[in-house]
Design a binder for this molecule. Structure first.
Ligand code: GTP
Ligand code: SPV
Ligand code: MN
Length: 606
């Protein structure tokens, strides 16, 4: 195959069809073919290869400011920060429009939508047909994970959304770094994204696990459109992880350093909008002298078994796509510090000073707010910021970023936490009896739905390991994989369950949460090290009231008792739901988990 290399620039050549390609891919035929194939269907006016450079970003940003995709906010207070208002019909993930298109329906399992791959491709290709006419097609090479890490992966996202490019530049290592790591290899995840006409009637987010292929159309929102995130790093990666013997999880990663400099790395799976970013950025309160928390990841963790036989975790992402509402100087000072520069705000409100605002940022809303849809805000009637409004911000700006963040090996994990929003039932914290029981605790997690996905909010549903919307294969096979991984590690992490969201009879949170969650983490560290008192209950080990450091907290002993209470009757009725859930998973359910259910029942009844 001959190529027409232009003489004018060293980084580009123009191929026979007058399309510009970077020299870096001169020898990567798989990549060139992928781009050509997509261009043939979508027929863009122009193709731009994203290199991740500052010049490129500036040009893109200027274009978006001009056409209204981005709105400039107060540059004196928020340098290089911009606001994006999305289509009001496109503000959250749409799980009902998300499909796993594995060859066999049984491989997608009962918790995923499934469609036959060829049938879905026909439908999608009709929507992609000419969808980029009059638009620019951006080719985004991106690297997930530390440069040079054996655990890192390259993906290529093709998109017609400049907003997606700007976000991907923050969320991933975009451009040259990715092409350098890829070289001539055809081993990359393929992502095709077009915003189409943004109609939910013509919106699909499809994963083809056998081909490491993602096809998304009709949405410009976060997890639907930033294909590196949930589509690649969880749905496709979970399938790779099953096949290759590692784990791709919806988890935060943090390091906790004690006053005598003992470092413990902990990870945690909480469903969407349930506290991962906040815990990952925890700033220990004044009362916790000498304690430090180091941020490694706030949403996604890839775990590999290291040479020492333990789990080592990397965060494949380079940025945060964090929930804005509720973020303030008290709840998350590290986030407030981080998002002051180089950030994109999506669907937040604006003050008369041109600064971003959202519910919970200040005690009282400032006057004359412009709401997330660009209208003067009517207090009391609607929310000023959308409940799922978000900030996209570079992770290396976090004051508490761990020195290990770029370590190609990651960090060794000593404990994993599961947790969801449960106004009732689950105690503040408990420890599982062993790995398999811990897998049972994760597999049976219940959590209230949130504004991160379209649909009713506050409904308890089973959300195993916080992966229900993100597991790319049969959830029962996924449980089997967890059990097997536990038997492969020499020293499996201890597994805990936490719940910051239990409420009193008036609906108020019983636990102060946020930075005070460090008190629970300290108990977890104690348990890892054979310290920390606990009582054995039917569901696991619950702290004795004295074993939690509550000094300086205003919590009554009644409230504490309530938070640590294991209500047998309530658990017996939960048990009935767990039975139904397990039945719904069919005969792939690992026997070990069925046995755990029986054991729980006999402990509760005994
Ligand atoms: P995704 O990005 O959707 O995966 O969410 P996440 O799990 O990272 O959740 P995040 O930390 O952004 O928290 C979501 C919401 O829960 C925010 O409004 C927070 O203010 C609130 N929140 C987080 N931690 C706590 C806590 O300890 N207690 C209480 N009451 N609320 C919390
Ligand atoms: C989540 O919903 O879990 C998120 C936001 O982290 S999104 O990128 O849309 O998936
Ligand atoms: Mn998430």
């Amino acid at each position: 195959m001959t190529k027409d290399v232009t003489e004018s620039t060293s980084d580009e050549y123009i191929n026979a069809k007058n399309r510009v390609f970077p020299v870096a891919i001169l020898t990567n035929f798989a990549l060139e073919k992928f781009v050509e194939d997509v261009a043939k269907i979508t027929r863009p006016d122009r193709i731009v290869w994203c290199d991740g450079s500052d010049d490129e970003y500036k040009a893109l940003k200027d274009k978006m400011l001009k056409d209204g995709t981005l709105i400039e906010i107060n540059q004196a207070k928020y340098p290089n920060c911009y606001l994006h208002r999305s289509d009001p019909n496109d503000v959250a993930r749409t799980e009902h429009l998300t499909f796993i298109c594995s060859k066999k329906q049984d491989d997608a399992g009962p918790t995923n939508n499934w469609a036959p791959p060829e049938e879905m491709k026909t439908k999608l290709n009709a929507l992609y047909n000419g969808s980029m006419k009059g638009r620019t097609m951006y080719v985004i090479p991106y690297l997930m994970g530390p440069e040079g890490s054996p655990y890192s992966q390259v993906g290529i996202e093709i998109t017609d959304s400049p907003y997606v490019v700007a976000n991907m530049r923050i969320m991933t290592k975009m451009g040259k770094k990715a092409l350098d790591q890829l070289g001539e290899s055809s081993n990359f995840v393929k992502g095709i994204h077009s915003i189409g006409d943004l109609s939910p009637d013509r919106r699909y987010i499809c994963q083809f696990p056998e081909e490491h292929l993602i096809m998304s159309v009709g949405s410009g929102y976060g997890g639907n459109a930033l294909l590196s995130k949930k589509c690649h790093s969880l749905r496709i990666a979970s399938v790779m992880a099953r096949d290759e013997g590692w784990m791709a999880e919806h988890q935060l990663i943090l390091g906790l350093e004690s006053p005598d400099r003992e470092l413990t790395y902990i990870s945690g799976a909480f469903p969407s909008a349930s506290g991962k970013t906040n815990l990952a950025m925890l700033k220990p309160p004044e009362t916790q002298k000498g304690w430090k928390a180091w941020t490694l990841g706030d949403d996604i963790a890839w775990f590999h078994i290291g040479q020492d036989g333990r789990f080592w975790a990397i965060n494949p992402e380079s940025g945060l796509f964090g929930v804005a509402p509720g973020t303030n100087m008290k709840t998350n000072p590290n986030a407030i510090e981080t998002l002051k520069r180089n950030s994109i705000f999506t669907n937040v409100a604006l003050t008369s000073e041109g600064t971003p605002w959202w519910e919970g940022m200040t005690d009282n809303p400032p006057e004359n707010l412009i709401d997330w849809q660009g209208r003067p805000w009517n207090p009391g009637k609607t929310k000023a910021a959308h409940p799922n409004s978000r900030f996209t911000t570079p992770i290396n700006q976090i004051p508490s970023i761990s020195p290990k963040f770029n370590d190609p090996q990651g960090v060794p994990i000593s404990a994993m936490m599961f947790g969801g929003r449960r106004a009732q039932l689950t105690p503040l914290v408990y420890e599982s009896f062993n790995w398999v029981h811990g897998v049972f605790v994760g597999a049976t997690m219940g959590a209230e739905t949130t504004a991160a996905a379209v649909g009713k909010v506050g409904v308890v549903r089973r959300d195993p390991m916080a992966m229900r919307p993100f597991c790319g294969y049969h959830i029962a096979d996924y449980f089997r994989h967890w059990i097997e991984m536990g038997s492969k590690v020499t020293n499996p992490p201890k597994i805990f369950h936490v719940n910051w969201f239990r409420t009193d009879s008036k609906g108020r949170f019983l636990w102060p949460g946020f930075s005070e969650n460090i008190r629970v983490l300290k108990w977890i560290v104690d348990r890892i090290n054979g310290r920390g008192e606990a009582v054995k209950t039917p569901i696991g080990y619950v702290p004795t009231p004295d074993s939690l450091d509550l000094e300086g907290l205003d919590i009554s002993s009644d409230a504490l008792e309530e938070m640590l209470r294991v209500d047998t009757d309530a658990w017996l009725s939960e048990l009935e739901e767990l039975k139904e859930f397990f039945i719904s998973l069919g005969d792939k359910l690992p026997r070990e988990l069925r046995r755990e259910l029986d054991n729980l029942e006999s402990r509760l009844k005994g």
